[in-house]
Design a protein around this ligand. Structure first.
Ligand code: HEC
Ligand code: HEC
Length: 319
């Protein structure tokens, strides 16, 4: 009997040592590094059309995280929306050669934005920076043209931030779940805008990534195959607001009772563009009004969302 107890004791001790060792390994190693393989992509030709389109896409995507009201530019800020991921600073992405991305080539930028591997550090960047894995080559070139443009928000600025300190959870998830996305092996064309479903899916999943916030949890989002994200568009992902309170994303599936199945297109358009909903007070941050979307784009997003599988999930708004 005594011997058995002793063996059990030794086994338990071993387990504790192994788990402890694994935990310290994760904590010390931090975010994993990967082999960098910069694709053969030429510098983007900057045209007024591309700058215009890139500015529109960036105003709906990059601006939410990189815009700093104090400088009026994309100089980055502390991102407090998902504290579980750590103390996170988005970077200065103005044209400044030291503090910003003035020295990055387009091939490096595109590689980083598509795969999530930072070409200068070889480190993977967790989901607190978006990955535009499936965005079209032309939309990507438009973002590049915008970053090189003479728009005021991208002009050189010296603002710098402390480095991001990812939490243990982030490091752990980067070891077991989050992985860099493969760089696309062929050109990704623009969606066919005469095919409403194709266009809607493109905008909702690949360009604006609405599912990222509106599925169950950032931790279980699938960026390579968005439809496989847990609770795809069923809402309930809890985000932190600047004042420290919590806000949950809402169910956008066509379920009549708990989703937006009963909404007309007009109600949907008013919600997405102006933040006005038929069911309560106006929508709050981090749901930003997508004022830039055209009627055609809103119609495409609405039509696509009506086709995603219904999920019964009642999310209460904490208002
Ligand atoms: C959800 C928030 C978020 C969005 C949206 C976002 N970013 Fe970022 N971005 C970050 C964070 C956070 C970092 C810093 C990550 C780190 O500390 O490793 C970052 C880093 C970067 C970097 C690396 C800069 C450097 O010096 O290391 C570039 C380039 C960049 N983002 C470009 C963009 C562009 C272009 C867009 C729009 C298409 C965009 N980001 C959208 C959060 C975001
Ligand atoms: C940064 C995270 C985030 C992103 C990205 C996002 N949303 Fe939201 N959305 C939210 C949050 C949070 C709420 C709830 C706001 C509240 O309760 O005031 C919300 C609410 C909504 C609502 C209201 C639903 C209802 O039942 O009242 C609609 C419609 C909506 N979002 C559509 C979209 C669409 C379409 C996109 C993509 C173009 C999108 N959202 C992208 C976070 C996000």
């Amino acid at each position: 009997m005594k011997k058995i107890l002793k063996i059990i004791g030794i086994l338990l001790l071993l387990i504790v040592v192994v788990i402890g060792g694994f935990a310290s390994f994760i904590a010390i190693r931090g975010i994993p590094s990967y082999t960098v393989s910069i694709p053969n992509v030429p510098q983007t030709e900057v045209t007024p059309q591309r700058v215009e389109r890139g500015a529109k896409i960036a105003s709906m995507l990059c601006r939410n995280c990189h815009f700093n009201p104090e400088t009026g530019k994309l100089t980055g800020r502390e991102l407090t929306e998902a504290p579980a991921f750590g103390t996170i600073y988005s970077k200065n992405i103005t044209q400044d050669k030291e503090a910003g991305i003035g020295k990055w080539t387009d091939a490096e930028l595109i590689y980083f934005i598509r795969t999530g591997i930072n070409p200068h550090t070889s480190k993977y960047v967790p989901p607190y920076m978006v990955k535009l894995i499936h965005i079209s080559n032309e939309d990507m070139c438009s973002i590049m043209a915008y970053l090189h443009s003479d728009r005021p928000e991208v002009q050189p600025d010296k603002t710098a931030h402390p480095p991001t300190e990812p939490s243990f959870l982030t490091k752990f998830l980067c070891m077991v779940a989050f992985k860099p996305a493969p760089f696309p092996d062929k050109e990704i064309p623009n969606p066919d805008t005469s095919n409403v479903m194709e266009w809607g899916k493109y905008l909702t999943l690949y360009q604006l990534e609405c599912y990222g916030c509106h599925s169950a949890d950032f931790k279980t989002d699938n960026f390579v195959e968005p439809e496989k994200s847990e609770g795809f568009f069923g809402g309930g992902n809890e985000l932190a607001v600047e004042d420290g309170s919590k806000i949950k994303t809402l169910n956008l599936t066509p379920d009549e009772e708990t989703g937006i199945g009963g909404w007309t297109e007009e109600q949907f358009a008013n919600a997405v563009r102006n933040g006005i909903v038929p069911t309560g007070p106006a929508l709050r941050k981090p749901m930003m009004p997508f004022v830039q979307l055209t009627d055609g784009e809103v119609h495409a997003i609405y039509s696509y969302l009506r086709t995603v599988p219904k999920i019964k999930n009642k999310v209460e708004r904490n208002i």
